[in-house]
Design a binder for this molecule. Structure first.
Ligand code: ATP
Length: 461
């Protein structure tokens, strides 16, 4: 690189000029010490220049994973790192998510430092595609992704059920779309967008149930008609299920005598009802009461024809949220997706897609190498599309290079947490207790390992 000609501009002047742009700019010298930190970056990170100037990055921020700082990566690789999503906590404990482009800075052909240009996308993470109802948060049948015969049948049943005042029981595996279906029924019934109340039975105590039900009973005349969505009833203690049964029985009688119900209960079950009754997880009377309208939500493995459509939907959603231009998913990846069983259903696909999309750099089509590491491990031989997920995947594999101990331990941690979460139906409190760690510690690890990306109303995440 030729030596710069003419006068050098004072860094202070450049710094002032850069205070007027909407992107965050952070420049460090070769040792990782901050030499420029503009106004937008200060706002994004709630930090003052004085907190940073002349200090080493590693001492200021608590990154996770530890080696995730793109500035530090560029200093060591001397190559640009583009479109990287970064999540970290600043000194005030605020979680920040940015999309970063980071470049090496050269002086006379020698590396002189690195510059990071960041867009704050913390709030974009919350944006969802608007449903036909005009409510940004609720799904509707107008926006249902998937067109396999099983999904068409489910939508037909859902629309039919929404024309009746009946209570509804939705049965389907974790992550298959039960809550999405319940929201669509609510919207189809023409109920107020603010009157969908989701209650996760995994968190429900006797006190909470009593409070909730008495509030809905006493204030029903003053309120819009509401959907009460009881999610995962098989996790509700048997005595509480019995209380719920007697309340629903009363509601059912009230519905018959009123013009229109003021409450529309929708319950969900993630397991086979007969097995659940036999293993005393489900109250028989509650099941009989609810089984008037039963809708089965198919698992993703029963409707693999929808994989391409769903994957494209997540790409489109991602492009919209982060102003990206990813074109789609390669046929090789769709082939792998088709060979896999998806025990976590659409939610699992959503996580895999998001992790892949954040690993795209400048690429435009999602290929095998963009898939998260833990997911790639499920396929010993991608061309053979043979799925395997067993503990031996982490051991030494013939013909493949050994990984470092750190990389191995990271993978093992990710795998074990993922399995424990599945086992505990994605209940963070139970999983944390089983793993012998605090809930905060588990949440940190979930984020670190890219296992949980999205929270949903009423969920413990
Ligand atoms: N057809 C679909 N199109 C797009 N996204 C979907 C679809 N079905 C489900 N999802 C997404 O998958 C995730 C899981 O869906 P949802 O929460 O409705 O599943 P669930 O069966 O209620 O899960 P759980 O039993 O674990 O509570 C959500 O983020 C949802 O938006």
């Amino acid at each position: 690189m030729p030596a710069p000609k003419g006068n050098f501009i004072d860094l202070q002047l450049v710094s002032q000029a850069l205070d007027h742009i909407q992107l965050g700019i952070h420049m460090v010298d070769i040792d990782g010490r901050t030499i420029l930190y503009n106004q937008q970056m200060r706002v994004m990170e709630s930090m003052e220049e004085i907190d940073l100037l002349d200090k080493r990055l590693q001492d200021i921020f608590k990154f996770y994973p530890d080696d995730n700082s793109t500035l530090l990566q560029v200093l060591s690789s001397k190559k640009p790192v583009l479109n990287v999503k970064q999540t970290y906590f600043n000194v005030h404990g605020r979680e920040i998510t940015t999309l970063n482009n980071t470049y090496p800075v050269w002086n006379n052909g020698e590396l002189a430092g690195a510059i990071e240009i960041a867009r704050d996308v913390s709030s974009n993470e919350q944006i969802r595609i608007r449903s036909g109802s005009g409510n940004p948060d609720l799904s509707s049948f107008n926006h249902w992704t998937g067109s396999s015969p099983l999904i068409k049948e489910m939508i037909f049943e859902g629309k039919k059920a929404s024309r009746s005042d009946s209570m509804i029981l939705l049965i389907g595996e974790a992550g298959s779309g039960k809550e999405r279906l319940a929201q669509s029924i609510h919207v189809e019934r023409g109920l107020s967008p603010h009157a969908f109340h989701s209650i996760d039975c995994r968190d429900l105590t006797a006190g909470l149930l009593k409070e909730l039900l008495s509030e809905f009973k006493t204030k029903s005349a003053e309120r819009d008609a509401a959907t009460l969505f009881f999610d995962h009833i098989e996790s509700l203690e048997m005595s509480l299920q019995k209380q719920l049964t007697s309340l629903l029985t009363q509601w059912k009688l009230d519905i018959r005598s009123a013009d229109k119900p003021s409450i529309y209960p929708i319950l969900t079950l993630s397991t086979d009802p007969i097995d659940a009754i036999q293993s005393e997880l489900l109250d028989k009377d509650l099941y009989y009461l609810m089984s008037e309208v039963l809708i089965f939500v198919p698992s993703l493995r029963e409707r693999k024809d929808d994989l391409r459509e769903l994957a494209d939907y997540f790409v489109e959603d991602f492009n919209l949220r982060f102003q990206m231009e990813i074109e789609g998913v390669s046929s090789e990846v769709i082939k792998l997706f088709t060979a896999y069983d998806w025990p976590g259903n659409v939610r699992e696909l959503q996580h895999v897609m998001e992790a892949s999309l954040f690993a795209m750099g400048q690429d435009r089509v999602v290929g095998f190498t963009h898939l998260p590491h833990y997911f790639r491990l499920k396929f010993d031989d991608p061309l053979n599309t043979k799925t395997s997920l067993d503990s031996s995947s982490f051991m030494i594999r013939e013909g493949k290079p050994m990984q470092t101990l750190d990389a191995f331990l990271r993978e093992a941690e990710s795998y074990y947490i993922q399995k424990s979460l599945q086992y505990h139906h994605y209940n963070v409190t139970k999983t944390a207790s089983a793993l012998g760690m605090s809930r905060q510690n588990l949440q940190y690890r979930l984020k670190k390992n890219n296992l949980i990306r999205q929270s949903k109303p009423g969920s413990p995440f």
